[in-house]
Design a protein around this ligand. Structure first.
Ligand code: MG
Length: 464
């Protein structure tokens, strides 16, 4: 089939860009017109946003585009993306739009499109929207059919109640947890402390006002140093830290250890498997997750691992395709409990983690210690363009042609005592490198060597 080649707008997880630089109001308006033209006049769309300062012009331009194409817009305000996704599904909207750039730096904004089942738009829908954007074939409606904008304040309460309903709240309440909730100065501030309170926890909320964030949105160990200090100072049982759209939940134990997302995923998987013996004994995760970790944990428990490319939409659609799973997750703290919804769900992960601890009668630190952990080192090399990065990844693949490889996304290389993934990021101009090994020294060495190799290949590609 002939398909005109348009520059791609959507990355791994929506359209993102720097406000007033590549993400101007004009750009956002055209995007709104294209999204509205896709859904069509009369469609009911729920819109929401994270609390980024730069979202204001983007939001209003997108609203302008949607209403001009006859879409009836319901505005849920600032909220976590999974809260919007749940309302789209449960209240029968035709789709959703989230103005968010997730974990990107604060100068970014972004737009995500949600389908009526609450799941992110598949690639073919994104392509259709991109085509309308570039051809500027917008379905303007006459003045009398212009869409309305009305507020939809129910999404937050609905989400909080829905999450709490999915766990044994009574059992969690009995434990009386003390939890630090780090809400990344965004939507989670409206939901996570409320969920925790309903579960009987004593909640210490931090980074819960909106606007310029006190820490970078990405919940990485470097960005959570203050949170770690607070957990230890107040002797909390644990902390949960989100990103700006609160689809991720990263946990910190009472000793102040920031638990990698794939390790907390293993804890949640064990718990969900016990809680739901009826679920198919498999999980879905991208190749960026540690193979060593999966082999040593879930595989040993008789749970099958289904590997996908990076990007949660790939995981969600794979779970649908294979008829269900215990969970789908990413190593960054994005975890989906399909019994609630097939999306990364930071609030749901938090409630499940408390339930797991309550049922086990253990602390997060003990649970963390009980899981064998390979050393995983993640690093990155900046590139000037996606093309340069992809070429460098291809050259890495050639260098390791004698090794066993998985090439679902970038190249994952397997050796006797290490494995490594080299791939072009779908959201930022960087080549991501992940090296894993039972030996920390080995993982560091492999990561360092690959980083140097990629950097030299990038320089070579840039020169030629
Ligand atoms: Mg996110």
């Amino acid at each position: 089939m002939y398909r005109p080649l348009y520059p791609r707008l959507f990355g791994t997880d929506g359209v993102r860009g720097i406000v007033n630089k590549d993400f101007t109001p004009f750009f956002a308006l055209k995007l709104g017109l294209a999204i509205g033209s896709y859904f069509g006049p009369g469609a009911r769309i729920l819109i929401g946003r994270d609390a980024r300062v730069g979202n204001a012009p983007v939001l209003h331009a997108v609203l302008s585009g949607l209403t001009a194409t006859g879409v009836k817009v319901y505005d849920a305000g600032v909220l976590p993306t999974p809260a919007l996704q749940l309302s789209v599904r449960d209240f029968g909207f035709d789709g959703g739009v989230v103005v968010t750039a997730s974990h990107n730096p604060p100068e970014y904004s972004g737009v995500k499109v949600i389908m009526s089942d609450g799941i992110e738009a598949p690639r073919n829908v994104e392509e259709e929207i991109e085509r309308m954007f570039h051809e500027e074939k917008f379905r303007y409606v006459p003045w009398s059919s212009i869409g309305s904008v009305q507020s939809f304040p129910r999404a937050i309460e609905h989400y909080v109640e829905s999450v709490v309903k999915r766990v044994d709240a009574e059992a969690v309440r009995k434990r009386g947890f003390k939890v630090v909730a780090d809400c990344a100065n965004s939507g989670a501030a409206l939901t996570t402390p409320a969920i925790l309170k309903k579960l009987g926890a004593k909640v210490l909320s931090i980074n819960c006002d909106f606007g310029t964030p006190y820490r970078s949105y990405e919940p990485t160990p470097e960005n959570l140093e203050d949170t770690v200090r607070i957990v230890r100072a107040v002797e909390a049982d644990l902390a949960v830290a989100h990103d700006a759209d609160a689809d991720r939940a990263i946990f910190i134990d009472r000793k102040g250890r920031v638990i990698p997302g794939d390790v907390s995923a293993v804890m949640l998987i064990y718990h969900i498997a016990e809680k739901n013996p009826d679920l198919p004994r498999r999980i879905v995760t991208p190749v960026s997750t540690s193979h060593f970790l999966m082999d040593e944990t879930v595989v040993k428990k008789g749970i099958e691992v289904v590997w996908t490319a990076v990007g949660f939409i790939k995981i969600a659609r794979k779970i649908q395709e294979i008829g269900g799973a215990i969970a789908g997750f990413e190593d960054n703290g994005g975890f989906a409990y399909p019994k609630h919804q097939l999306v990364r769900d930071g609030g749901m992960s938090t409630a499940l983690m408390l339930e797991a601890l309550a049922k086990k009668g253990a602390g997060l630190d003990a649970l963390y210690d009980s899981i064998p952990k390979p050393a995983i080192v993640r690093t990155k090399v900046p590139v000037s363009s996606r093309e340069v990065g992809l070429k460098a990844v291809e050259m890495v693949r050639e260098r390791f042609s004698g090794y066993r490889r998985i090439e679902i996304d970038g190249v994952k290389i397997f050796a006797e005592d290490w494995a490594a993934l080299v791939r072009m990021s779908g959201t930022e101009p960087i080549v991501r490198i992940m090296a894993e090994s039972p030996s920390e020294e080995k993982a560091m060495k492999v990561a360092e060597e690959l980083k140097n190799l990629v950097a030299s290949l990038v320089a070579e590609v840039t020169r030629s």
